[in-house]
Design a protein around this ligand. Structure first.
Ligand code: AMP
Length: 216
């Protein structure tokens, strides 16, 4: 499967990507995770992206396209991928279309997760993330067994610096202005599948109906 995951920050794209990944081994590519790793390692990309990310703004389309072109050409992407957090602007979507045409590849669908704003804000403020492996926790619904320690890798669990107060509001505004128009873009491309809520079962049902894929 070659799927784009669309939806506001906190809509559950990462969680759904992990569920879908179990069915056919498509690789999950999260631009946010790649950028956070670059910031943590202090690479040139990380240095260029850090302040922008902290404010909840978008990294430039140019930087993102260089990074993603490299990713999508990797061998492990041949079997399929789930793009989480990319594309995020119309110019990125257009550049992706040109890149995939050049590579002779097609997307199966753009899967939009639609979740109410109050649920989104509650999720983002209570979300915690492992700095080492990126595993997602929630202080209310999915706390780690040992406070502050990742169940998966033993890494440190923190609140992301773009998931507090002003940065959250800015990310939601940026989403509405720059990313939400992608829904119309992919509807026009005949690729849009919209699913209410981020319940894994609902999403899998929608994909079965739309793509006829085997996700038993
Ligand atoms: P995420 O983990 O997807 O919420 O991404 C965290 C942050 O990384 C975003 O708020 C942006 O600053 C940056 N980012 C991730 N993906 C993109 C993208 N496709 N285009 C621009 N910035 C991005």
């Amino acid at each position: 499967m070659k799927i784009i995951l669309l939806g506001s920050p906190g809509a559950g794209k990462g969680t759904i990507a992990k569920v879908l990944n179990q069915f056919d081994g498509s690789v999950q590519i999260s631009t946010g995770d790649i950028l956070r790793a670059a910031v943590a390692e202090g690479t040139e990309l990380g240095k260029q992206a850090e302040a922008t990310m902290k404010a909840g703004d978008l990294v430039t389309d140019e930087l993102i396209m260089v990074m993603m072109e490299e990713q999508l050409k990797q061998d492990d992407c041949k079997a399929g991928y789930l793009l989480d957090g990319f594309p995020r602007t119309i110019p990125q979507a257009k550049a992706l279309k040109i890149l995939l045409d050049k590579m002779g590849e097609n997307l199966d669908c753009a899967l939009e997760l639609v979740v109410a704003k109050d649920v989104i804000i509650d999720r983002l403020t209570t979300r915690r993330t492992c700095t080492q492996c990126g595993e997602i926790y929630n202080v209310k619904s999915k706390p780690p067994k040992l406070e502050g320690v990742c169940d998966v890798c033993g890494g440190n669990i923190v609140q992301r610096n773009d998931e507090t107060g002003a940065a959250i509001n800015n990310r939601l505004e940026v989403y509405l202005e720059q990313t939400a128009p992608l829904v119309h873009f992919y509807r026009d491309e005949g690729l849009l599948v919209s699913v209410q809520g981020s319940d894994s079962e609902q999403v899998l049902e929608a994909l079965k109906t739309r793509l006829g894929i085997l996700v038993e």
